[in-house]
Design a protein. Sequence first.
Length: 292
Amino acid sequence: MTGFARVRTTAAEGEIVLSLKSVNHRGLDMHFHMPSEFDPLESPLRAVIKDGIARGHVQIQVSFTRLAAPQAAPINWGLLDTYMRAFTEASAHYHLEGKPDLNSALRISGMFASTENEELSEELSQSVLAAAAEAVHVLNLVREREGEATAAELRSRCANIAALVLRMEEIRGGAVPAFQKRLNERLADLLNGAGLDPQRLAQEAAILADRSDIAEELVRLRTHTAQLETLIAAEGEAGKRLDFLLQEMNREANTVLSKTGGLGDLGLTMTELALSTKSEIDKIREQSLNLE
């Protein structure tokens, strides 16, 4: 589900801006963009975001502006003294005249004590995590509004499927003669002018009748549609359960299509209705990727 949230907050050391941007994804996929000094916070940030977001490709952007410039790094006096003595001794040894260049000396690696590895203060760390929690809350408000609109569309498509199933059930009631005709033709092919054991004939008739009837598939489609409506109305994570249920519905629709061939005009009508049902199922599947 798509959404965007930005939170701005301040700590004693500076201003923090944290933003979250999410797009559709089957699972929870997080990507961080923040100053290297905040790297130790990645794991706690993941926990905060995972606590409030179940699905989505989430971009986490953190920027930090210090309210005051950091203090100058202290000079490594021991290293500078060593450099000065070495310069003086080398000049005397080689009988050279010259004075040491302070600018060159200060550019020597290690001349200033590094502050890059200093730990983040507890206050700054907590401020970043609090900003993340607030951003998750704001993001979910945006996603909930989108979810309400998506749920309304899904309910509409569920109603469409229910109407299509009802129409197929009505047609099935009037299609018994067509089923019987196809059965007789199949039996005639099996007999091929030869006699057939009555028991074998009864078995073949039962098998063909079962393979031609779509009553069970329509009952399951109607049941799954009701379950789908219940899932949409329920609170909590539903995306993965919707995906499984839609797979089952699509399987039933495919079975209806496989059983309704060769029934003449009634078969064509049933095929059109089953294809329309599959289309509605596919559209629901596309939208279900937006839901948690």
